[in-house]
Design a protein around this ligand. Structure first.
Ligand code: ZN
Length: 244
């Protein structure tokens, strides 16, 4: 089984298309698993949901998915994010809204637990502290978990009796899924924030038991032009070029 692991796509269709074309050029995909934030910020929520759902998508809800369907109060967002969320809410169809509203907050798939933020707080917690990782390891019923939300590709390794080890994942890094318990974040497809504007994703190979991380150039200007046409906030348009 070979699955694309995509998180924080954020309605960026040019990035999503680049990722899917790359993944399929390597080998056919058996599905897509996502840790949420399918929509929000970006200019093409319906286009992205349509593409994703062609693949037998398994996704959990992110805060931006829930905000777009009124399940989260966007007063918790900064003004640009709130404006993009209000725009997203207006352009979604009833069927798309129902799909987002029904997303689970956690999912167990094969040997992996998927959650947007953390098991302690699935929608909101950023997996960026040693303490948050330790609580996550304690809560995991599987050997590995996949998270999103921070938009930074990161691997955290459990070390019994010590703080977890961690590092930022680099392009083409292959992680062998062995006895070490891991928390993995493949980075954001649609709005990278680690200073590298290239789109980020991973492929899970259930036969080889590997996760491989990729960074790819995509047509950032195409997404920026669509955002401008949609009247989305300038700060969100600019940040794509910097990966911030
Ligand atoms: Zn996000």
């Amino acid at each position: 089984m070979r699955v694309a692991i995509l998180t924080d796509i954020h309605a960026n269709l040019a990035a999503l298309e680049a990722v899917l074309a790359h993944a399929e050029s390597l080998q056919a995909l058996d599905g897509i698993w996502s840790m949420g934030d399918l929509v929000g910020y970006g200019p093409d929520p319906s286009g992205c949901l349509g593409r994703l759902r062609q693949y037998g998508l398994h996704a959990v809800a992110g805060n931006h998915d829930l905000a777009a369907v009124g399940e989260i109060d966007t007063r918790a967002f900064n003004p640009a994010a709130a404006a993009a969320s209000a725009w997203t809410a207006r352009v979604l169809s009833d069927a798309e809204r129902a799909f987002l509203r029904d997303l689970p907050h956690t999912a167990l798939l094969d040997e992996l637990t998927l959650v947007h933020g953390s098991l302690r707080d699935p929608v909101w917690e950023y997996m960026i502290t040693v303490e948050s990782a330790q609580v996550q390891f304690e809560g995991m019923t599987t050997q590995y978990s996949l998270v999103g939300h921070t938009h930074v590709p990161l691997i955290l390794e459990e070390r019994p009796g010590q703080d977890p080890d961690y590092h930022v994942l680099h392009a083409d890094e292959i992680v062998q899924l062995d006895a070490t318990r891991l928390i993995l974040n493949p980075g954001s497809v649609g709005q990278p924030r680690d200073g590298d504007p290239r789109t980020a994703y991973a492929v899970y190979d259930g036969d080889d038991r590997t996760l491989t991380f990729y960074r790819l150039e995509y047509d950032i200007e195409r997404t920026q032009a669509s955002m401008e046409a949609a009247g989305l906030p300038a700060s969100l348009i600019k940040r794509l070029a910097y990966g911030r």
